[in-house]
Structures are given as structure tokens and as C-alpha cells.
Design a protein around this ligand. Structure first.
Ligand code: CTP
Ligand code: C5P
Length: 340
């Protein structure tokens, strides 16, 4: 007899170019509508045909989607228009998409077929974040760049008195985030798990601005070093002080959600000190502190931020084998823009 209820298989598809926490939130909600979540990601060729070339390659986009914790499976090269045949092929009950209208190059709703058959469910889009919005923030970086004619992405910035400290969603530097962060969203994204007494606890810290494949590869390596991975995020003020220009592109709250959506991350410290202190290590029972091969600035007192864990023999340099950086993404966007 069929005593066990058949598990509900959910299908979701998209471009997932410049993966952000809005995408992650969509996938979180999709997963909650069933038991098993399959995500179809379109190829570069297919995206180029329908809405112009993506910023990230399909290999990068596949990897980023695989890094999101609510996903069970990624289907590469999913067709742009979602058909009943696709849902049946992967034994999915229905398809889930955000409540925005999605049209192909021919102007037809890409979900009209699944909608007609009642195999479509809608979730509400996360307001205040989109690929277009992020590209806009990155292009803000270029204004001064062109008028000054030098190599720096410089732009006049208005200094806010409460930079990175208050809950206003704006990045003080790019000043255009409309996302309204709530503790509810953090709870939804959080694992909510504590480390077991026997767990080896790994700690890493950084900006993790515009969470990208380089970060993902690094966090995968860091997670392999232990059982419980804690990621410390520097405040907006801190990041701006060492990165300059208009960085960070994403404010602290947004960076928290992006990092929490990553399947390798167990916990996030919201506003971690630049230098890893003895107290921090003791408080979180940190066994190992890691950092990637990217260049590192000394703290304002001239001391290496990892001096303490190094002295304790609890520091390890990891090679993510990935050279992606936030700056390279900004360069790609600018280059793409110049081509049009
Ligand atoms: N999505 C969402 N909230 C956002 C952005 C996207 O819920 N702020 C959802 C979309 O509705 C879709 C899924 O994420 O169901 C993947 O969509 P994709 O095609 O990658 O996204 P776009 O709609 O193009 O989003 P963006 O403009 O940010 O690229
Ligand atoms: O630059 P950011 O502070 O965001 O980096 C966070 C961590 O990710 C650092 O330890 C950095 O060395 C690592 N990283 C990496 N490979 C990349 C990008 C970042 O190992 N391509």
C-alpha cells in the first residue's frame, strides 16, 4: 500500500546572473513549497538570444546556484521557456517563479504553458534587489572615473553620520539600495544551529562584497578544514576604509544574507573586527582561522590582522584556486557597458 506520501518535487528556473540574496530568497520560498528543489539554469547562448549576454559565464552561474543551501539539484542548460515536458522529464509537480512578468524575445510569457496547466506557483519577489539594481550601483563607480580620466573608480561620496551602524538599508557609498532588512529575513536565512561540543570550528573574515564564485570556492575549502564554519563580516565603514572608492557595493545587511545563503556557512558574525582577537577566538571556540591568497592590509596599528591566531598556531592560508574579485566584477560590468 502507498502509505508514504509521495515527496513534492519543485522546479525553478532562471538566468541567475550576478546571483544575489533575492535569488536565494526565491529559492528558499520555492523549497518551502515542496520537499525537493530542482533549479534549471539557462545557457549563455539562450540568455543572449532573449535578453542580451550575461555578465557571468554559464559555468560560473551553475556553480553559484549549486552553492545556495536550499537547492537539491541543478539542471544545466534549461530551456528559456518552461514546458510541461521539462517538468515531466524531471518528475516535478509544479514550477515556481517570482511575481514579475517574464517574457522571451518574442514577447510571450515564458511560463504561459505551465500556467495553463495549473502547474505554476508564484512567490513574491524580494523588493530592493535585482541584477539591474546591482549593475546600477557598480556603474555609479565610474562617474568620476570618466570625468577625471585616471585609472581610479572615484566618485564623490556623501558621508553619513551613521555609516554601517544603523538599519537604514542604503549602502552609504553607493547610496542606492532599497532593500529593507528585517530580523525575520535573517532568521529565515539562518541555519539556527549551534556547534556540537566535538565540532572543529573554523573562522574566516572579510568583506564578502557582491558574493561571487571566488568567495564560494574559498568557503568550500574553509568548510573542509572543519565541521562548523563561522564567517565574520566587516562593517561598511571598515570595508570602505580599506577598499576605498565607493566600496562596499552591498551594505552589511545585504552581505549577511548573501553569505547566510551559502551552503558551507554555519554562522555569521555581523560586523566582525578587522583583526582577529583572542577574545573572539575564545568566545566562538575557534580552532582554526583561515584566509585566502588575496592581498591583505595590516590593521591601522600596522599589525597583521591574523597575528593572534598565527601566534597560537591556529592560522592557515587557503588557496581557493579562483582569481575572481569584487573589483573584477565591477570591471566586467563597465567593459560590458562600454561595448553597447
Ligand atoms: N527573483 C526574486 N527576487 C528578486 C530577483 C529575482 O524573487 N529580487 C526571482 C525571480 O522572480 C525568479 C528567480 O529569482 O523566480 C530567478 O530569476 P532570474 O531569471 O535569474 O532573475 P530575474 O528575474 O532576471 O532577476 P534579476 O533582475 O535580479 O536578474
Ligand atoms: O576580499 P574579501 O574580504 O571579500 O575576501 C574574503 C575571503 O575570501 C578572504 O579570505 C579572501 O582571501 C578569500 N578569497 C579567495 N579567493 C578569491 C576571493 C576571495 O580565497 N577569489
Amino acid at each position: 500500500s502507498e502509505s508514504r506520501k509521495k515527496s513534492v518535487r519543485v522546479w525553478c528556473d532562471g538566468c541567475f546572473d550576478i546571483v544575489h540574496f533575492g535569488h536565494a530568497n526565491a529559492l528558499r520560498q520555492a523549497k518551502a513549497l515542496g520537499d525537493y528543489l530542482i533549479v534549471g539554469v539557462h545557457t549563455d547562448e539562450e540568455i543572449s538570444k532573449h535578453k542580451g549576454p550575461p555578465v557571468f559565464s554559464e559555468q560560473e552561474r551553475y556553480k553559484m546556484v549549486r552553492g545556495i543551501k536550499w537547492i537539491d539539484e541543478v539542471i544545466e542548460a534549461a530551456p528559456y521557456v518552461t514546458t510541461i515536458e521539462t517538468l515531466d522529464k524531471y518528475d516535478c509537480d509544479f514550477c515556481v517563479h517570482g511575481d514579475d512578468i517574464s517574457v522571451g524575445a518574442d514577447g510571450v510569457d515564458t511560463y504561459h504553458l505551465v500556467k495553463k496547466c495549473g502547474r505554476y506557483k508564484e512567490i513574491s519577489r524580494t523588493a530592493g534587489v535585482s541584477t539591474t539594481d546591482l549593475v546600477g550601483r557598480m556603474l555609479l563607480m565610474t562617474r568620476g572615473h570618466f570625468s577625471r580620466g585616471d585609472r581610479e573608480y572615484y566618485v564623490e561620496k556623501e558621508r553619513s553620520s551613521s555609516m554601517g551602524l544603523d538599519a537604514q538599508a542604503r549602502s552609504p557609498y553607493t547610496g542606492c539600495s532599497q532593500f529593507l532588512p528585517t530580523t525575520q529575513k535573517i532568521i529565515q536565512f539562518s541555519e539556527g544551529k549551534e556547534p556540537k561540543p566535538t565540532d572543529k570550528i573554523v573562522y574566516v573574515a572579510g568583506a564578502f562584497d557582491l558574493f561571487h564564485v571566488g568567495h564560494l570556492d574559498f568557503l568550500e575549502k574553509a568548510r573542509q578544514e572543519g565541521d562548523f564554519l563561522i564567517v565574520g563580516l566587516h562593517t561598511d565603514l571598515e570595508v570602505n576604509q580599506y577598499k576605498g572608492s565607493n566600496y562596499p557595493i552591498m551594505n552589511l545587511h545585504e552581505r549577511v544574507l548573501s553569505v547566510l545563503a551559502c551552503k558551507y556557512v554555519s554562522e555569521v558574525v555581523i560586523g566582525a573586527p578587522y583583526s582577529v582577537t583572542f577574545d573572539l577566538m575564545k568566545h566562538f571556540r575557534v580552532d582554526l582561522v583561515c584566509h585566502g591568497m588575496t592581498t591583505l592590509k595590516n590593521d591601522t596599528n600596522g599589525v597583521n590582522p591574523y597575528a593572534v591566531p598565527k601566534r597560537l598556531g591556529k592560522f592557515k592560508l587557503l588557496d581557493s584556486c579562483n582569481t575572481m574579485t569584487t573589483e573584477k566584477i565591477v570591471e566586467r560590468i563597465i567593459r560590458n557597458r562600454l561595448e553597447f
